[in-house]
Design a protein around this ligand. Structure first.
Ligand code: UD1
Ligand code: CA
Length: 459
């Protein structure tokens, strides 16, 4: 049986990030870099994942809580070979097969690239493959040293290279596939006799080649993909690359994006065919948008399930469900646990929280609706408020089908407005309203004739 095991290096602090947070937890398009790497690695078929942690380990573990990975602690960072050595016991469990080594700060690598690296290793019966890239400015990277025939001899680190070696532009990206057996045999032979007194994983290749084993450098098709993130500037560069990738993926699948420079869509978001996204659309988390919707301008959805044929203009919605054929906005806030059913009209300056709004109901202007169950074809007058909080507890309102809520009604919860009932404009409703009744909860109007005195005006 062939095991595929990935070891993800994530022990470093990432000093150049100037952050309290471990580098690999910084997010790119909404997903922490190390999580993104884990997802790509899984997609490439590496079913066992070992994450090497060190700096603020608890935070990394917490973030990867649901990922079913094995954590291995590296107390002191003595080099990349030392890091892998910490995982020897774990790797031995899956020794027949291949080990992928990858850094937790390379969020742009594609699963296809990792599959290729594995296939080249397997098909050539090689001991290892190294993903390489051509860099205009190779400073800081390990260089790939080849012999006259183009065969790889070894990797030389920046701090150990001669002038001649450092003039080489082909660099080591830090992503490798090893035959597990060869890695386990060679790793203990690595020493730290070098400029940085570190145990270099890259020394394993020289050792394998000396044994007469095959190590194959595999140039990346797209060197941009191999970029590691070391600073906030590179974080923003990576973000942009990943964002453009996501937007282009969606456009290729039939989504119209009016201005991709002003549209932000996180990795896990799904958008259906013929949906149009106007500038300022931000789709985050586990958001799903159906077909034929028009979103934006300036619409932000976080973990929202939004069906088909919806128009959302200047809407901020989080953790809620929107059915089909709804017309929402402008300037609407939909808060958690709201379920908008179908063909609902929600107009400007409306806030809805923890409520069910059934089909064909209208909330056109200036409304707060919280903790309420609203039936079908209900009409909310302008300025309606559900008074759901008594200072200690929240209470629910129930408003049944076809009810008509007059303008500026306060519905003091808990209260129930029956089917086809009316409330008069300006009412404060504190008692249940029976089906088909008209509730008037306001003082009677009194007109004082000639109340304005003659000497107070001129005409
Ligand atoms: C490494 C490679 C270099 C390559 C470059 C690509 C070595 C010796 N050199 O250099 O050839 O061009 O990556 O980016 O491997 N880490 C640990 N524990 C350690 C040391 C490192 O977990 O003890 C992690 C770091 O957090 C980082 C990754 O391994 O994510 C790479 O380590 P780093 O020290 O940045 O290696 P480089 O000097 O960049
Ligand atoms: Ca590095």
């Amino acid at each position: 049986m062939e095991n595929l095991t990935a070891v993800i290096l994530a022990a470093g602090q990432g000093t150049r990030m100037k952050s309290e947070l471990p580098k690999v937890l910084h997010k790119v398009c909404g997903i922490p870099m190390v999580k993104q790497v884990i997802h790509v690695v899984k997609k490439a078929g590496y079913e066992n994942q070992i994450v090497i942690t060190g700096f603020k380990e608890e935070l990394v573990r917490q973030e990867l809580d649901k990922e079913k990975v094995t954590f291995v602690h590296q107390e002191e960072q003595l080099g990349t070979a030392h890091a892998i050595s910490q995982a020897i016991k774990e790797i031995e469990k899956y020794s027949a097969g291949y080990v992928l080594v990858i850094c937790g700060d390379t969020p742009l690598l594609r699963s296809e690239t990792l599959e290729k690296l594995t296939n080249v290793c397997r098909e050539n019966n090689a001991s290892a493959t190294v993903l390489t890239a051509m860099m205009d400015n190779p400073f800081g990277y390990g260089r790939i040293i080849r012999d006259g025939k183009g065969q790889m001899k070894r990797i030389v680190e920046q701090k150990d290279g001669t002038m001649e070696e450092l003039a080489i532009h082909e660099i080591n990206t830090g992503t490798y596939v090893f035959s597990a057996e060869d890695l386990l045999r060679t790793l203990p032979k690595v020493n730290n006799n070098n400029a940085q007194q570190e145990y270099y994983l890259t020394d394993v290749f020289g050792l394998l080649i000396q044994e007469g084993k095959k190590v194959i450098p595999v140039p990346a098709d797209d060197s941009e993909e191999t970029m590691g993130v070391n600073s906030r500037i590179q974080l923003a560069q990576a973000e942009k690359i990943l964002r453009v990738r996501k937007l282009e993926e969606l456009m290729a699948a039939g989504v119209t994006i009016i201005n991709p420079d002003h549209t932000y869509i996180e990795q896990d978001v799904k958008v259906g065919q013929d949906t149009v996204l106007y500038p300022g659309t931000i789709l985050q988390g586990q958001t799903e948008v159906g077909k034929n919707c028009i979103l934006g301008p300036d619409t932000q959805l976080q973990n929202v399930c939004c069906g088909d044929n919806n128009t959302l203009n200047r809407v901020y919605a989080h953790d809620c469900i929107i059915g089909n054929d709804n017309n929402i906005g402008p300037f609407v806030h939909l808060r958690p646990d709201t379920h908008i059913h179908d063909d609902v009209k929600i107009g400007n300056f409306v806030e809805i929280k923890n409520s069910n709004i059934d089909d064909k109901t209208k909330l056109p202007h200036l409304i707060y609706c919280g903790d309420s169950d609203v039936g079908k074809q209900v009409n909310f007058g302008c300025g309606t408020i559900t008074v759901n909080f008594d200072g200690k507890n929240k209470h629910r309102c129930r408003i049944d089908d076809h009810a008509f809520i007059g303008c500026n009604t306060n519905l003091v919860a808990p209260v129930h407005v029956g089917k086809r009932a009316f409330t008069a404009a300006g009412s404060t409703i504190t008692k249940d309203v029976p089906e088909k009744a008209l509730a008037i909860g306001r003082t009677k109007q009194i007109n004082r004739e000639n109340w304005v005195k003659k000497d107070t005006y001129k005409d």
